[in-house]
Write a protein that binds this ligand. Sequence first.
Ligand code: FAD
Length: 169
Amino acid sequence: MSGEGAAAKTTVTLEDKTYDVVVLGAGGAGLSAAIEAQAAGANVVVIEKMPYVGGNTILSYAELACPNNWLQEEQGIKDSPELMAKEMWEGGGKVAKKEMVDIVVNNATAAAEWLRDEIGVKYQDYLVQEGGHSVPRAVEPIELGPGMINPLRLRFFFALEVYIRRLQC
Ligand SMILES: Cc1cc2nc3c(=O)[nH]c(=O)nc-3n(C[C@H](O)[C@H](O)[C@H](O)COP(=O)(O)OP(=O)(O)OC[C@H]3O[C@@H](n4cnc5c(N)ncnc54)[C@H](O)[C@@H]3O)c2cc1C
């Protein structure tokens, strides 16, 4: 990596490096993908255009709608991926690609559990019922977006190579 540190613009050249996986964007999705790719043995780099990580994820409530999650089981709330898919699709004006909706509903709970068990995200012990949902099904990190991003970035800074845009003053 070489940098040209002009005041108004920073140029980063990665031509002399080779990676198995290049992740653009250090939000919740990018950090998660990078961590998993590295865990699978890939040589990974994350490139973030902003001078900080977290994207919209760190600003968000980070509530994860996930059917049949551990809190629903504790509280005896009946739910299913099929019910969530129906409500997502209808709530989105019936224009979403159904195969994309299915990916979300069939993987959301495993993703929330991965964040909890592998990354260390701590959740509230209550559920949130979002608009368009017929049952409470969203789990919420303690400290919301930062409560999700901070454990991710701790893991990521120690383990991964990252290039973040230089602060421009
Ligand atoms: C106030 C608020 C509350 C929300 N609450 C919720 C909620 O409770 N539950 C929920 O499910 N969703 C919520 N959302 C939506 C949710 O935050 C987003 O859907 C989610 O964070 C998207 O994650 P992401 O990793 O895909 O994108 P981001 O977290 O936005 O990350 C994308 C990253 O890519 C970087 N980037 C973009 N272009 C480039 C480029 N060309 N090169 C390098 N880097 C690039 C950006 O700078 C950013 O860091 C909320 C959003 C907001 C704003």
